[in-house]
Design a binder for this molecule. Structure first.
Ligand SMILES: *[C@@H]1O[C@H](CO)[C@@H](O)[C@H](O)[C@H]1NC(C)=O
Ligand SMILES: *[C@@H]1O[C@H](CO)[C@@H](O)[C@H](O)[C@H]1NC(C)=O
Ligand SMILES: *[C@@H]1O[C@H](CO)[C@@H](O)[C@H](O)[C@H]1NC(C)=O
Ligand SMILES: *[C@@H]1O[C@H](CO)[C@@H](O)[C@H](O)[C@H]1NC(C)=O
Ligand SMILES: *[C@@H]1O[C@H](CO)[C@@H](O)[C@H](O)[C@H]1NC(C)=O
Ligand SMILES: *[C@@H]1O[C@H](CO)[C@@H](O)[C@H](O)[C@H]1NC(C)=O
Length: 653
C-alpha cells in the first residue's frame, strides 16, 4: 500500500515526478533494474566502448538490435580491458544489497562475458568498500556463456547507496561486457517519495502455476456462474488442457448479432505477464459485473468474450521453475516439442500475394478466407498440437476481433507481420484494412499508462513511444506464419499483438502496477469490437443466409456472414458502399454510415434468389423433369424445405 509518510525534503525530486523512473519498493527481497524503475541516469561506468554499449545498456536481458545500423547494442562494454573497470548503480537511497545476477553480451556475432568480479559499495561514491570474506576480497564466479543468468548472493548483505561491479576476468577471446541485475531492498525509514501506482482492485496478484490457474478460473466461474463458462480448446504437447473462459450474458451460445472477441496469452511460455493480466481481467470483470458497473455490464451483455490465458502451458512451466530472475530471455519460449507457436501458422500471405500477381483474384481465388494448404494438414508437418487447437478454435467461432498478449517490449503490432518482398526487412506491409488496424492498435497503446509516454526509456533498441506505441509487424521484424496474418487471411477476425512490458517475467510485486498499466487498454480494446457496421443478411422468407460475402467498396478484403446470417465489419468512421453477395441470390448494395461514437451501425440486407437458382431448385425438386409449370415455386413448399426459427441459437461447443 502506497502511503507517503515522508515529511523530510526529498533531494531526488526528478524521480518523484516521473513515474517511469522510480525505484521499486516492494516487500520482496529484491528490486529489479531491468524494469523501468531505475532510469538511465542512475547507471554509470568507468569507461564504455561506444554510446550503444554504455552503462545504460547493462541491464539484465537487454537485447541488441538486429540490424547493422542499430545504435543500441546488447550490453555494457568497457572501453578498455583491464581489472580497473566498473559498472555502477546509484540506488538514490540507502539500500540493503543482497546479490548480483550477471549475463554476457547479447550478440549474434561476438562472445563476451565476465568470468569473475568483485563487488564494492559506497555511501558517497568516493570511498568504496569491497565486499570481503574475512580479510580477503570476495571474488564472485561469473558467467560461462553469454545468455544464462548467474546469481551470486552475498554472504552478508551490504547497506549503502551505491554499488559497483568490478570485472576481474573475462572470456579470453572476448572483452569486458556484461548485463547485470542488482538484488536488494530499500532500508526502512529512508526518505523517499513514491508515486508508484497502487491499485484499489482486490485481485489475486501473483504468478499462478497451472494448477493455481485452473483453480482461479473455477473460483471466477463459481462467483459468476450466470456469465461465465470454462472450456478447453485442446491439449498441449504434454497433455495439459488449454483452458479458456467465456464471459457473456448467455455463456455457451453464439447469439445472432452479438460479436465474439478473444484474448489469448502465453504462446511464448516465458512471456508470463499476459497470462496474469488475463487472469486478473476475468476476476475484475466478474467483480465489476456483480457490483453493477454499467460499463462492464454493457460489455458483457453486448459481447461474447473469450479469454485463453495460457496457450503454451508447457513452456510456462519451464520458465516458472527457474523463476523471474533466472529464466533469462528465452527459456520456455517454445512448445514442448520446440515450436514457436505464435509463428507456426500456415503462411497464407505468399499464397494470396502470388494469386494477386497472377491476377487470379477474384475469379480463381478470393481476397479473403484463403484456404489452408494441404501440406499443413499432413502429419509430417511440424505443426504443434497447440497451434492445431488454435486453428480449429479460430475456425469454429465467428470471432470479430482478437488480441494476443506478448512480452519483452512495450508496443502494439498490427498485420501484416510478413514483408511482401521476401528477404527484405523493415518494409511496411499494410493490409487493405490498414486504417482500421492502426486505429485498433492505437486504441490499446494510447490508453496504456506507459506505451506512449515519451519520458519512458526504451525497452531494448527502438523507441516506439515516438511512433504512438504501435508498429506494423513487418516493418519491425518480418516473420511468416504469424497468428495475426493467419487470422486476417483465413477468418473474419482482426488480430493484433500487444507487447505488454519490457520485462517478460516481471516479479510478482510488480503485477499490481502492471495491471494498472494495462487495465484500461484491455477494456478499451475489447470495446472496439463494436465499431463499424453489423447486421444480418436475410432471404425473402426472413431466414439468415450463412456464408454471404460482405464487400466494402475500396477495401480489397471481404468478410462473410456467420451461421445465422449475421456479420460484423470493423470500419473507421465514414460512409461506405457495401455490397452483399450470396450464392444463388442477387447482389444487393447500399450505403452505410459509421459514426464516431462507439456502437456499430446496423446495416441489414434482404436478398432475393436469382432466376437461375430458382430454376435449378425447381429442376432438382422435379427430378430434372422438363418444366411446364410457371417458374415461381409455391412459397409454402420452399419454406417447408428449410425450417427453423428466425433466431436460431447455435451452441458452439
Ligand atoms: C552507509 O551508511 C549507513 C547508514 O549510515 C551505514 O550503515 C553503512 O554501513 C554505510 N555503508 C558504507 C559502505 O559506508
Ligand atoms: C570464505 O572463506 C572461507 C574460508 O577461506 C571459505 O571456506 C568460503 O568458501 C569463502 N566464502 C566465499 C563466499 O568465498
Ligand atoms: C443468476 O441468475 C439467477 C436467475 O436469474 C439469479 O437469481 C441469480 O441471482 C444470479 N446469480 C448471480 C451471481 O448473479
Ligand atoms: C510432407 O509430405 C508431403 C507429401 O505427402 C511432402 O510433399 C512434403 O514436402 C512433406 N513436408 C515435410 C515438411 O516434410
Ligand atoms: C462459402 O462460399 C464460398 C464461395 O462464395 C465457397 O467457396 C465456400 O465453400 C463456402 N463455404 C461454406 C462453408 O459453405
Ligand atoms: C427474373 O424473372 C422475372 C419473371 O419471373 C423477370 O421479370 C426478371 O426480369 C428476371 N430477372 C432477370 C435478371 O432475368
Amino acid at each position: 500500500v502506497c502511503v507517503c509518510v515522508c515529511v523530510c525534503v526529498c533531494v531526488c525530486v526528478d524521480w518523484c515526478v516521473s513515474h517511469s523512473s522510480i525505484l521499486a519498493v516492494s516487500s520482496s527481497t529484491s528490486f529489479y533494474w531491468s524494469t523501468l524503475k531505475i532510469d538511465d541516469f542512475q547507471l554509470h561506468a568507468s569507461t564504455m566502448r561506444r554510446y550503444g554499449l554504455g552503462a545504460h545498456r547493462g541491464r539484465l536481458n537487454i537485447q541488441a538490435g538486429l540490424y547493422d545500423d542499430d545504435l543500441y547494442d546488447g550490453a555494457w562494454c568497457a572501453g578498455r580491458n583491464d581489472p580497473l573497470q566498473w559498472l555502477e548503480v546509484d540506488a538514490r537511497r540507502l539500500t540493503k544489497f543482497t546479490g548480483v545476477i550477471t549475463q554476457g553480451r547479447s550478440s549474434l556475432w561476438s562472445s563476451d562475458w565476465v568470468t569473475s568480479y568483485k563487488v564494492l559499495v559506497s555511501n558517497d561514491s568516493h570511498t568504496w568498500v569491497t565486499l570481503k570474506n574475512g580479510s580477503q576480497d570476495l571474488i564472485f564466479i561469473g558467467n560461462k556463456e553469454k545468455e544464462i543468468p548467474v546469481l551470486n548472493m552475498f554472504p552478508v548483505a551490504a547497506v549503502a547507496r551505491y554499488i559497483r561491479v568490478n570485472p576481474r576476468s573475462w572470456f579470453n577471446r572476448g572483452s569486458i561486457c556484461m548485463r547485470v541485475e542488482i538484488l536488494g531492498c530499500p532500508m526502512p525509514g529512508t526518505c523517499y517519495v513514491r508515486n508508484e501506482i497502487t491499485t484499489t482492485d482486490n485481485l489475486d496478484f501473483k504468478h499462478h502455476s497451472y494448477k493455481e490457474m485452473r483453480h482461479l478460473m473455477k473460483v471466477v466461474n463459481e462467483m459468476c456462474p450466470n456469465i461465465t463458462r470454462i472450456y478447453n480448446i485442446g491439449k498441449s504437447h504434454s497433455g495439459q488442457k488449454l483452458y479458456a473462459i467465456e464471459i457473456s450474458d448467455n455463456p455457451g451460445e453464439h447469439e445472432p448479432g452479438e460479436p465474439e472477441f478473444r484474448y489469448t496469452a502465453g504462446s511464448h511460455g516465458n512471456e508470463v505477464l499476459g497470462r496474469e493480466l488475463l487472469l486478473l481481467l476475468m476476476q475484475f470483470m466478474c467483480q465489476e459485473y456483480l457490483s453493477g458497473s454499467p460499463r462492464i455490464r454493457h460489455l458483457v451483455h453486448e459481447t461474447r468474450i473469450h479469454l485463453l490465458p495460457s496457450v503454451n502451458p508447457d513452456g510456462y512451466d519451464k520458465a516458472l521453475e527457474v523463476g523471474s530472475e533466472l529464466s533469462g530471455w528465452s527459456l520456455g519460449r517454445w512448445s514442448q516439442d520446440g515450436v514457436d507457436i505464435h509463428h507456426n501458422f500456415p503462411d497464407l500471405n505468399s499464397i494470396l500475394w502470388e494469386a494477386e500477381t497472377k491476377k487470379w483474384i477474384p475469379r480463381k481465388m478470393l481476397n479473403h478466407h484463403v484456404p489452408i494448404p494441404e501440406w499443413y494438414q499432413s502429419k509430417n508437418s511440424t505443426v504443434a498440437a497447440e497451434t492445431r487447437a488454435l486453428v480449429s478454435w479460430m475456425e469454429k467461432i465467428p470471432f470479430v476481433l482478437g488480441g494476443n498478449l506478448q512480452g519483452g517490449e512495450l508496443v502494439v503490432t498490427f498485420p501484416y507481420d510478413r514483408t511482401r518482398s521476401q528477404g527484405v526487412s523493415r518494409e511496411q506491409t499494410p493490409t487493405p484494412d490498414d486504417h482500421v488496424f492502426r486505429w485498433l492498435a492505437f486504441s490499446y497503446a494510447s490508453t496504456h499508462r506507459l506505451m506512449t509516454d515519451a519520458r519512458r526509456r526504451v525497452c531494448h533498441t527502438e523507441d516506439f513511444a515516438k511512433e504512438d506505441g504501435t508498429i506494423n509487424g513487418a516493418s519491425w521484424h518480418t516473420a511468416a506464419g504469424s497468428m495475426n496474418d493467419f487470422s486476417y487471411l483465413h477468418t473474419n477476425c482482426f488480430e493484433l499483438s500487444m507487447y505488454v512490458g519490457c520485462d517478460k517475467f516481471p516479479h510478482e510485486s510488480e503485477l499490481a502496477e502492471e495491471w494498472e498499466n494495462n487495465r484500461e487498454s484491455l477494456l478499451v480494446f475489447m470495446e472496439q469490437v463494436h465499431r463499424g457496421i453489423k447486421g444480418i443478411v436475410w432471404d425473402m422468407q426472413g431466414r439468415g443466409i450463412a456464408n454471404a460475402t460482405i464487400q466494402v467498396e475500396g477495401i480489397g478484403h471481404d468478410i462473410r456472414t456467420a451461421a445465422d446470417g449475421d456479420y460484423w465489419r470493423l470500419l473507421n468512421p465514414g460512409e461506405y458502399s457495401i455490397t452483399v453477395r450470396a450464392e444463388g441470390y442477387s447482389a444487393s448494395s447500399k450505403v452505410c454510415e459509421v459514426g464516431y461514437d462507439i456502437g456499430a451501425t446496423r446495416c441489414d440486407f434482404t436478398v432475393s434468389r436469382t432466376n437461375l437458382s430458382r430454376i435449378k431448385e425447381i429442376m432438382e425438386r422435379y427430378n430434372k423433369q422438363p418444366i411446364r409449370q410457371p417458374l415461381r415455386p409455391p412459397v409454402r413448399q420452399l419454406q417447408a424445405r428449410r425450417p427453423g426459427p428466425r433466431h436460431r441459437r447455435v451452441r458452439t461447443s
